[in-house]
Design a protein around this ligand. Structure first.
Ligand code: FAD
Length: 491
């Protein structure tokens, strides 16, 4: 079905990095764009929040591939946002992440070559497996650097072997448990287990961070504000605090949206950057074939997280220039549980901030499923605090006794669910597992004229995957030919 946009009035539902970047691209192409956002401030997961005057990150801890010739770097340039204003390159210490397992430590170095050397030194018995994995990784990395990568959005990947689960490939290659454990970590960054993670996603995530890894200079709020300001500068309009309640169709075609306040906005194109299950609720039940609806309803989600923000004495604990993962694996090298630690300079004098994130099942919070943020009751607060204190104890073990440690906040899958409307508090949206790869792939094309999907559920999660999805949505809206001519990727 051809559903290129006919007119130039666009409404984008959601102002996360997906909505704002899509809005910027369409504004650059002279579309008249309105973003509608249910929250009082734009930015979604990108925006940080303050507790006791201290800035706490939500969904941007480190971002990949923002160097000049790298995919996200090129996309930032087209968006007109200077990477260096917002981010600094990690790697001063030569490593990006430290993976601490029970029986060994692996440092993820800051380049593809160093990674190869490190893997070969650490796993000398895995030569055969490493030859295959590194060849694939190099191939995928070089495709990511090719201009066709953004223009064709994944079409260059014709090799079906890249779509098999990493687990199957590693079984065939008889990889050691240690190698599996190391390779399992990048899967965590898109919320898929190693044995279900398609090779392509795994290698794209890993290659991205090996190209270059970046941290925010200041805060997620600044990033959100810079994106919102750029959109505003280009003539875009943001309506805050008034979520989209319905996407209105006429004769099977989009004609506008109705907001919670009752305001109607007409539009020939709507881009939904919300979770597909939320999108279903914005459409009349008969707008989509029941088989398509059912496919969305049955989608499995990535898991939720519990995140603890801890203030520590800055004099005793200076910023650590890499991230730390403390991981426990089973005998096959699959990660049973893991905790992510980031110790950053804080915005308050004398205080630095430790962010701790670990998996948390939605079902563990089912007792409060029907409550809303801020009104879940004392027992919920107590459970949060108890788990927060456990994580603080573990942070003490990993980072060394933390001086003047003070828990600033704990957030749960329910917090994220209510904050950005992600079902079950899923961190990275729908699960991009090998089992539901085809179902998920069909999401980026909604079979309704004038309706498009962007945001982390359209193509891939993370800042890189989400912005890639924004360009893909625009490609669908304006057509591939015009898209190929619209932007100068070589500059
Ligand atoms: C804890 C955590 C840590 C992460 N860490 C990293 C990281 O270090 N690096 C990285 O690259 N990625 C990271 N990610 C992933 C990254 O944050 C996301 O992939 C990305 O921010 C998603 O952007 P989005 O625009 O798709 O969604 P969102 O940011 O969720 O934006 C969707 C917006 O839509 C709004 N909305 C929902 N329903 C409606 C409605 N009906 N009407 C109007 N508005 C609506 C929401 O309020 C929200 O503002 C992390 C995610 C989480 C949860």
């Amino acid at each position: 079905m051809r559903n290129n946009a006919e007119g130039k009035n666009v409404v984008i539902v959601g102002s996360g990095v997906g909505g704002l970047s899509t809005g910027i691209i369409l504004s650059l192409l002279n579309y008249s764009v309105t973003i509608v956002e249910k929250n009082p401030l734009p930015g979604g997961l990108m925006r940080s929040y303050r507790r006791g005057g201290i800035d706490c990150p939500v969904g941007v801890h480190y971002v990949s591939a923002m160097g000049a010739g790298e995919p996200l770097g090129k996309m930032f340039r087209v968006l007109g946002i200077a990477v260096d204003d917002l981010f600094y390159r990690m790697e001063q210490g030569g490593i990006i992440d430290r993976y601490i397992f029970d029986d060994f430590v692996f440092d993820l170095p800051a380049s593809m070559n160093a990674f190869e050397i490190s893997l070969r030194n650490t796993f000398p018995a895995d030569t055969i497996a490493l030859d295959v994995i590194l060849k694939n990784l190099h191939e995928i990395a070089s495709r990511m650097l090719d201009p066709a990568f953004i223009l064709n959005q994944g079409d260059p990947f014709q090799n079906m072997d890249f779509f098999q689960p990493m687990g199957d490939l590693l079984n065939k290659l008889e990889a050691s448990a240690g190698l599996r454990a190391v390779l399992a970590v990048p899967c965590q960054l898109i919320g898929v287990e190693l044995d279900q993670c398609p090779v392509i996603f795994h290698h794209m995530v890993l290659a991205g961070y090996l190209f270059s890894s970046w941290r925010l200079k200041e805060s997620g709020s600044k990033m959100a504000d810079v994106f919102a300001r750029r959109f505003d500068e280009l003539g875009g309009k943001i309506i805050l605090n008034d979520g989209c309640e319905k996407i209105i169709l006429d004769g099977g075609k989009v004609i506008g949206v109705r907001l919670k306040s009752g305001i109607l906005i007409s539009a020939d194109t709507v881009v939904a950057t919300v979770h597909p299950k939320i999108l279903l609720g914005l459409l009349e039940p008969d707008a989509l074939k029941s088989s398509y609806r059912q496919r969305i309803i049955n989608l499995k989600e990535t898991e939720g997280v519990l995140a603890v923000q801890i203030s520590v004495d800055a004099a005793a604990h200076s910023e650590i220039d890499h991230n730390i993962y403390r991981l426990h694996t089973d005998e096959k090298g699959l990660i049973r549980d893991g905790i992510f630690y980031q110790l950053r300079q804080g915005n308050n004098k004398g205080e630095n901030i430790v962010s701790v994130i670990t998996r948390s099942l939605y079902s563990d919070w089912s007792k409060w499923e029907n409550t809303i943020s801020g009104k879940r009751g004392k027992d919920y607060e107590e459970k949060k605090l108890r788990l927060g204190q456990d994580l603080l104890q573990k942070a003490n073990e990993v980072l060394g006794g933390l001086k003047n440690a003070r828990i600033l906040d704990v957030f749960t899958p329910l917090t994220l669910r209510d904050y950005v409307n992600c079902p079950e508090g899923s961190c990275y949206g729908v699960l991009r597992s090998a089992d539901q790869l085809l179902k998920v792939a069909s999401l980026s094309k909604v079979p309704i004229a004038g309706l498009f999907m962007a945001g982390q559920n359209a193509m891939a999660p993370g800042v890189l995957g989400t912005i890639l999805g924004s360009f893909n949505a625009v490609r669908q809206i304006i057509g591939s030919e015009r898209f190929a001519e619209a932007f100068n990727w070589e500059a």
